[in-house]
Design a binder for this molecule. Structure first.
Ligand SMILES: *[C@@H]1O[C@H](CO)[C@@H](O)[C@H](O)[C@H]1NC(C)=O
Ligand SMILES: *[C@@H]1O[C@H](CO)[C@@H](O)[C@H](O)[C@H]1NC(C)=O
Ligand SMILES: *[C@@H]1O[C@H](CO)[C@@H](O)[C@H](O)[C@H]1NC(C)=O
Ligand SMILES: *[C@@H]1O[C@H](CO)[C@@H](O)[C@H](O)[C@H]1NC(C)=O
Ligand SMILES: *[C@@H]1O[C@H](CO)[C@@H](O)[C@H](O)[C@H]1NC(C)=O
Ligand SMILES: *[C@@H]1O[C@H](CO)[C@@H](O)[C@H](O)[C@H]1NC(C)=O
Ligand SMILES: *[C@@H]1O[C@H](CO)[C@@H](O)[C@H](O)[C@H]1NC(C)=O
Ligand SMILES: *[C@@H]1O[C@H](CO)[C@@H](O)[C@H](O)[C@H]1NC(C)=O
Length: 906
């Protein structure tokens, strides 16, 4: 939910100020505190769309200008617009939906003779909004559409429209633009530009065009360009931007938005620093108005309508879900069957998410989202889109509270029971509670409908459950021994007269014969299918290989002597073998960016195989260059890239396997960790990582910016030597350029605020992130952590703020206090403080950081030479208290001649 204010210098300035935390004041917005009296007269609907505060129609009904809505009810079907009057809102405004809105755009550009160039521009209507994804279509005749990125970059061709003779407007399919009368911009990401500017350039007219245009019954396509988002809604996010975080909002409650009792504030990380309000666990409604959050009574066990359709194509839709409001138990369970023939079922109001299965017994819904966004389904659902299986509850109530009100209690079937559930959000700080129902043991069916739970006839479903006679009862069964003169036959699973051996033998023989025949047929057909599949797979692999510019990489490698024996293009087969067909058990980690598998190559090398995030086709060349260059880098503190595989849709990267996890794991795994990182190890690992980054920044002909420096990207090998990894986000920069403009990437909590705002990447962005790692080492807290109050803090802001009010010794982790000297602590703290400077130019370079850390280490080891303990360069990681040195190393002179800055060049 981020938006980038590349062109909004004001925003950048505001942010920079705000981040300093000293200044809580912001550019004021005219937020109004809603009173029940004023809101009572505000329209709640426009047409059939619901409107909720902070949004509103008409004076006094909205929070500030950004949230004003315009309802144009001069048309038959009233239309709802955002404050700019052109961005149309297509779905209910629902504040429990985590600051997300779907909107659409439709603009008509009339063409005039003699003018061939037209501009069109759209941007989110106010700084409370950001756009995530959009795809526009352009319909008309014979023009090119260009994307105007900014004044510095040349325009980029998005698509071209041509019209054959006699084309009619009705021929155009704006769902599926292919360049005939209509073309599509392709998917655009909000991170790329704050505003979206397109330029249309008409083609030079041919004689045929002129004839067509002068024809009296020509299509209107020739007279205008239509811009629209069609069925592909624009995903807009919103948040309260008066304050940069919950902490700031609570400090200055002037315009605090979370007005309802039982509401709480949550930082909006992915957006522009801002916050959102949510109702506390167990409460439901609108947190932005007084009394908005009430305990969840939204479940209706007996909806009005009978004869509801319960299928969508071949997907069945059991109650409490339903296709209409009157058929489902609550609005959150309403689904839309958008296409019966292809069984396309979507949650109501969600346009990119499809549902493929609903399981009422287990409380699971299987969903898939086609957009690249994190889609939130509100507090009734938990689980991640990544696994595609989400769990659901019927209401955010505990079983005890739910049962208090029988009119909203969901477990209506006899022999059903309530199951309580609670979980925290992905950051572990916000608690959700809820319940669902279940048939009691021995019953199965739908616990949400009267008599939905039916007895299971165990004697039928589980033959052989008794070694004798089986008797079903409601909710169970019991066994009795076989009647006299009979005996239990385990093959027939019933009581029989005495066995006849002969017929048994015959049976076995026949059985074997038939079985063998079937096996043979099965083998043959399996083999045929296998061969056919293999051919199809082969073709697909070749296609991906081409698309992924495999030939370019081959060329790069073959022209580069140096790379030849190093980079390898792996075949998919190699990697399938290495990972046992990407077996579940080989997964080392997974996350938003992809998965990492452990593999063993045929030459017994142990590797980590990373399935990277999806790469835009346009970035493939750059990716290939990067692979070629990174694979040449050989530095003892950088994870070695062996090569890649280009035969899959997203390229796979093959790295050296680093066995001991990441610095993050060790720092933040709490008491489970068997390791305890000593202060010496901290300093060493920090210095090693700094050296690696310095090396990347300064290496040979091109600088490599890492762009995603964080403790989980600093891995530790068998000797606990630091290995910097994951250059997935890095981009190479020619050495004479000081910065490059890129899509903002990185991890929240480590992200350089200046880079975030200007989109200008430079080496100082890595320095900032490294500063956060230093703070992590000092304070031993996660980059985003929950404080005692349950609020989430940003570690770097917390550190800078605390540093102003308390001595550093009061902030650092107790263990550090024991082991490190005062001087060392304050040196590292001030180094971190320098790295976290808001202005990149005020931060030290990676070289200076490395030097500073090295100096500290040298001082410390000199002290140790004086001390009778060991003076090894490589300290053992396992820290033992016997080694603690508590002296004051201040008196030890620094050896200034020592050359400690030279990295291992290749
Ligand atoms: C509190 O924030 C508002 C803007 O929301 C600002 O106008 C006001 O000056 C701030 N007050 C203080 C004391 O910082
Ligand atoms: C729609 O228009 C009527 C008058 O035509 C007006 O009274 C009403 O308030 C309007 N509704 C909205 C939601 O603007
Ligand atoms: C605040 O109100 C003033 C005048 O009352 C107006 O000029 C300004 O645009 C408003 N600002 C916002 C953010 O709505
Ligand atoms: C409402 O829509 C009509 C037709 O689209 C347009 O002519 C009119 O100007 C709109 N009114 C407002 C207040 O935007
Ligand atoms: C369109 O935008 C470009 C780039 O901003 C500008 O140079 C040009 O003059 C504009 N053209 C029109 C017709 O407004
Ligand atoms: C593009 O789509 C139109 C229908 O909208 C169809 O008539 C035309 O044949 C298609 N062209 C190509 C090249 O696929
Ligand atoms: C259109 O014609 C002009 C000269 O008349 C030429 O410079 C230009 O390149 C042509 N444009 C296209 C798209 O062919
Ligand atoms: C099933 O429900 C019925 C009706 O409420 C009840 O009489 C019976 O005891 C229940 N059986 C079990 C096994 O819970």
């Amino acid at each position: 939910m981020g938006f980038l204010a590349r062109d909004a210098k004001l925003l950048a300035a505001v942010f920079l100020l705000a981040c300093a935390w000293a200044v809580a004041a912001q550019a004021t917005s005219n937020a109004s505190v809603p009173s029940a009296a004023t809101l009572a007269n505000c329209p709640k609907k426009c047409g059939n769309l619901n409107v909720e505060y902070p949004f509103g129609i008409g004076a006094g009904c909205f929070r500030d200008g950004d949230f004003e809505l315009i309802c144009n009810n001069s048309t038959d079907e009233p239309k709802l617009f955002l404050n700019d009057g052109i961005t149309e809102v297509n779905f209910d405004i629902d504040t429990s939906n985590g600051g997300s809105l779907f909107v659409s755009l439709s603009q008509l550009i009339p063409l005039r003779s003699g003018i061939d160039v037209y501009n069109m521009s759209w941007k989110p209507p106010g700084r409370s909004f950001g756009w995530q994804n959009m795809e526009l279509y352009f319909s008309g005749c014979n023009f090119d559409a260009y994307w105007l990125y900014d004044d510095l970059h040349p325009r980029a061709l998005l698509c071209t429209v041509n019209c054959p003779e006699g084309i009619r407007e009705t021929d155009i399919d704006t769902w599926n633009c292919n360049g005939t009368g209509c073309c599509s911009s392709g998917k655009m990401k909000g991170g790329e530009a704050y505003s979206f500017n397109v330029q249309f350039v008409r083609h030079n007219h041919t004689l045929e065009d002129v004839a067509e245009m002068q024809s009296p019954n020509r299509s209107s396509l020739w007279d205008r360009i239509q811009v629209g988002s069609g069925t592909k809604a624009i995903d807009l996010s919103w948040a309260i931007t008066d304050q940069i975080s919950c902490a700031a909002a609570l400090e200055n409650k002037t315009n605090y938005a979370c007005l309802s009792g039982h509401s709480t504030c949550t930082d909006d990380y992915t957006n522009f620093p801002s916050y959102l309000c949510v109702c506390e666990g167990g409460y439901f409604g609108n947190p932005y108005v007084l009394g908005g959050c009430s305990s969840d009574r939204g479940y209706n066990p007996a909806p009005r309508k009978a004869n509801c359709s319960r299928t969508c194509g071949n997907i069945s839709i059991p109650f409490p879900f339903g296709l209409e409001e009157e058929c489902s138990a609550r609005t959150e369970f309403q689904l839309d069957c958008t296409d019966v023939s292809s069984s396309t079922l979507r949650p109501h109001n969600y346009v990119t998410t499809s549902v493929s299965n609903i399981n009422v017994g287990e409380g699971i819904i299987v969903v898939k989202d086609d957009s690249d966004n994190t889609v939130s389904f509100g507090p009734l659902y938990s689980g991640t889109m990544f696994t595609q299986e989400m769990q659901w509850v019927v209401a955010n109530l505990s079983c005890k509270d739910a049962a208090l009100d029988i009119t909203t209690y969901a477990c209506v079937s006899a022999n059903s029971t309530c199951l309580g559930w609670h979980t925290t959000d992905f950051l572990g700080s916000y608690l959700y509670i809820g319940y669902r129902c279940k048939c009691t043991h021995g019953f199965q069916g739908n616990p949400y409908t009267t008599d939905g739970c039916q007895d299971v006839d165990e004697c039928e479903t589980t033959p052989g459950i008794c070694n004798g006679l089986c008797h079903n009862t409601k909710g169970g069964y019991y066994c009795t021994p076989c009647p006299e003169k009979t005996q239990y036959d385990t093959t027939q699973m019933k009581c029989t007269q005495s066995k006849r051996q002969k017929s048994l033998l015959l049976g076995v023989l026949i059985g074997l014969g038939v079985g063998f025949g079937i096996l043979l047929v099965a083998l043959c057909s399996t083999f045929a299918v296998y061969r056919w599949r293999r051919d199809v797979k082969k073709k697909l692999r070749r296609k991906y290989f081409r698309e992924n510019q495999g030939l370019l990489l081959e060329q790069l490698i073959s022209t580069d002597e140096n790379a030849k024996d190093k980079t390898k293009i792996f075949s998919l087969e190699d990697l399938e073998k290495a990972t046992n067909n990407f077996d579940e058990t080989r997964i080392l980690g997974r996350g938003g960016h992809g998965m990492v598998y452990k593999g063993i190559l045929s030459d017994q090398r142990v590797v980590a195989i990373k399935i990277s995030k999806v790469i835009e086709q346009s970035e493939i060349n750059q990716f290939i260059n990067e692979v070629a260059i990174l694979s040449q880098i050989s530095h003892r503190n950088i994870v070695k890239l062996f090569g890649c595989c280009l035969e899959t849709k997203v390229p796979l990267l093959v790295y050296d396997f680093v066995p001991n996890g990441s610095l993050y794991d060790i720092l933040h795994s709490g008491s489970e960790s068997t390791f305890c990182l000593s202060w010496d190890d901290c300093l060493r690992i920090a210095a090693e990582a700094a050296g690696a980054l310095y090396y990347l920044h300064s290496a040979a002909s091109v600088s490599v910016f890492h762009r995603d420096v964080k403790s989980s990207n600093i891995l530790l090998d068998a000797n606990y030597t630091a290995k910097v990894s994951d250059f997935g986000a890095s981009r190479l920069v020619p050495i004479d350029e000081t910065h490059i403009d890129t899509l903002v990437q990185g991890t929240f909590g480590y992200l350089d605020p200046e880079y975030y705002h200007t989109g200008q990447l430079n080496e100082k962005s890595d320095v900032y992130s490294f500063g956060v790692v230093l703070v992590e080492l000092l304070i031993r807290r996660k980059p985003i952590f929950s404080g005692e109050s349950g609020l989430k803090h940003n570690l770097s802001s917390y550190f800078l703020l605390e540093l102003k009010s308390r001595p550093i010794e009061a902030i650092v982790a107790p263990q550090i206090l024991e082991e490190a000297s005062k001087e060392e602590i304050s040196s590292v703290a001030s180094l971190a403080e320098m790295c976290l400077k808001l202005k990149g130019e005020e931060r030290p370079t990676m070289k200076e950081v490395e030097m500073a850390l090295h100096t500290l280490r040298t001082k410390r080891s000199k002290y140790r030479i004086v001390a009778p303990e060991n003076d090894q360069e490589m300290q053992p990681l396992l820290y033992s208290t016997a080694e603690t040195i508590t002296g004051h190393p201040l008196a030890i002179p620094v050896d200034r001649n020592m050359d400690h800055t030279k990295p291992n060049m290749i």
